[in-house]
Ligand binder design. Sequence first.
Ligand SMILES: Nc1nc2c(ncn2[C@@H]2O[C@H](COP(=O)(O)OP(=O)(O)OP(=O)(O)O)[C@@H](O)[C@H]2O)c(=O)[nH]1
Ligand SMILES: [Mg+2]
Ligand SMILES: [Zn+2]
Length: 300
Amino acid sequence: MTGTVVKGIGGFYFVYDGESVVMGKARGNLKRNKELIYVGDIVDFDIDENDKDGECVIHRVIERKNYLTRPPVSNLDILVVVFSLVRPDVNYPVVDKLIAGCELAGIDPVICISKSDLAGAEAVAEALKIYSPLYPSVSVNGMSGDGIEELRALISGKKVALAGPSGVGKSTITNLLHADEPGIAEAEEALLKAATGRIGKTGRGRHTTRHVEIFPLSDGTMLYDTPGFTSLDMPVIEPVAVRELFPEFRSLSSCCRYSDCMHINEPECAVKEALQQGKISNSRYESYKSMTEEVKKWQR
Ligand SMILES: Nc1nc2c(ncn2[C@@H]2O[C@H](COP(=O)(O)OP(=O)(O)OP(=O)(O)O)[C@@H](O)[C@H]2O)c(=O)[nH]1
Ligand SMILES: [Mg+2]
Ligand SMILES: [Zn+2]
């Protein structure tokens, strides 16, 4: 049978076949080869109700058209980059790294500014001004639900992960998007209880998301809620490759004096001219410079 891995905890996987969720383990040789299974993977599995390790055995990964390691997810069409401006304060280098990771993996970013009730309309408008020329962008208020339908329209029918720093409201948005859905949460809960002896205790807050989890919605959307983070490492790429991850640079590069221009110290650089004219945002350019510096460590 074929299904989607919707959750993985302590070596157990939850597989959704379009109707129900079953829990089980990966076949021995998958584990021996240290082949990781990602939430989002489409897998080949068999039902085995007599197995001591659950109700199914996963034989192999059938499809993984793309994946990210942080958050660890696969087969995404869209990554919603969620961040608040306050509580927690926005960290633009982290936001831009997450976006760059999407560009690298071939996943479409959607920008979602959360907690719009806390930041004030002006600050939200300013943040939107940075991103809306580059990517579909929305602001949402998780308390009132404002912006949720606008977000839904951008992701409907797609495989979509919500990702971003801890506490920005990803799970709140997940709940709003799948409110009133029959969902699979109850089935999963029951399965989880069956295996809880193996799940460790945590000292973390009750609401902190600790595992990636996919919620299938009735319009066909597969919504992945993911754990937050505070920092992100750059992937192992060449410094020159960072340029390609900034869409606002792409059309300008051909206008730089040097065809291999890094847009940092070179004279007659079209990117730096655009920066001076305010056509490229300062924070995006600063992120670009720090990301270029960061990947240089891979060269040592
Ligand atoms: N004022 C305000 N609070 C919000 C909003 N959205 C979420 N919160 C609150 O912010 C806190 C964190 O929300 P979560 O949805 O758990 O955040 P998260 O991004 O899932 O956090 P992690 O799972 O730790 O990554 C909760 O107390 C929410 O009630 C919002 O739009 N406005
Ligand atoms: Mg959460
Ligand atoms: Zn240049």
